[in-house]
Design a protein around this ligand. Structure first.
Ligand SMILES: N[C@@H](CCC(=O)N[C@@H](CS)C(=O)NCC(=O)O)C(=O)O
Length: 200
C-alpha cells in the first residue's frame, strides 16, 4: 500500500497508525502547492480532491479522508486494538471523536495556516479552538488516552492536529492534560518512527 503524505500534515495520523499496527507502507510525498508527487506524477490523478492523506491499496483502489483511512488500517490488524470492533457502541464513540477532531479541531486550524487569513478571522478561529479543546481537556482528565487506557486511532489524530498549535501560535498552557497527552504520544516508538520518516 502507498500513503500519499506531506510532512507534518494530517497525513501523519494514518502514518502513525500504520507504524502502531506494524503495517508497512510505501510513502509518496506530495507537494500540495503544485499538486504533484515529488518523485513524479500528478497527485490530482490519484486524489482529485487535491489533499492528503490518500491511501492506495495494493489493487490500485484509492481511499481518502483521514478518519476513514485510519479505521481501515486499524481493521487490517484487529489484534492491535487500535479501534474497537466495528458495530460495537465503543466503535461509534471512536467515530464520534474522529468526527469531532476532523470538523471541530482540524478544520479550525486550516485557515490559520493561510497567510492571507484576516486578523479578525484568526482571532475568531483561535477562540473557537480554545472552546473546542476545553472538552478534550475534560475528557483527558484521569485518562491516558481519549477513549480510556488504550491507544486508538483517535489519539493519533488528536496528537497530529494538536502538534500544529505552536506553528499557528495557539497557546496550550491552559490545557495541562492535553500537554501531558502530547508528551506521552510523542514518546511512543511508532510516533517517533513516523515523524522521523517524514523529516527526510
Ligand atoms: N477532509 C480531509 C481533509 C484533508 C486536509 O485538510 N488535508 C490538508 C493537509 S492537513 C491538505 O492536503 N490541504 C491541501 C489542500 O486542501 O489543497 C480529511 O479529513 O482527510
Amino acid at each position: 500500500m502507498k500513503l500519499f503524505y506531506t510532512s507534518g500534515a494530517c497525513s501523519l495520523s494514518p502514518h502513525i497508525v500504520a507504524h502502531e499496527a506494524g503495517i508497512e507502507l510505501r510513502l509518496q510525498k506530495v507537494d500540495l502547492k503544485t499538486k504533484t508527487i515529488t518523485t513524479e506524477g500528478d497527485f490530482l490523478a490519484i486524489n482529485p480532491k487535491g489533499y492528503v492523506p490518500a491511501l492506495q491499496l495494493d489493487d490500485g483502489e484509492i481511499l481518502t479522508e483521514g478518519p476513514t483511512i485510519v479505521q481501515y488500517l486499524a481493521d487490517l490488524k484487529p489484534e492491535k486494538g487500535l479501534a474497537p470492533r466495528a458495530g460495537t457502541l465503543a466503535r461509534y464513540h471512536l467515530q464520534e471523536w474522529l468526527g469531532y477532531i476532523n470538523s471541530e479541531l482540524h478544520k479550525t486550524y486550516s485557515p490559520l495556516f493561510r497567510p492571507n487569513t484576516p486578523a479578525e478571522t484568526r482571532a475568531d478561529r483561535l477562540a473557537y479552538l480554545s472552546k473546542r479543546y476545553d472538552l478534550v481537556e475534560k475528557q483527558l482528565a484521569g485518562r491516558s488516552f481519549l477513549l480510556g487506557d488504550h491507544f486508538t486511532v483517535a489519539d493519533a489524530y488528536l496528537f497530529t492536529v494538536t502538534n500544529w498549535a505552536g506553528t499557528v501560535k495557539f497557546d496550550l498552557s491552559p490545557f495541562p492534560n492535553l500537554r501531558g497527552f502530547q508528551e506521552r504520544i510523542a514518546a511512543r516508538p511508532a510516533v517517533k518512527a513516523a515523524m522521523t520518516a517524514e523529516a527526510h
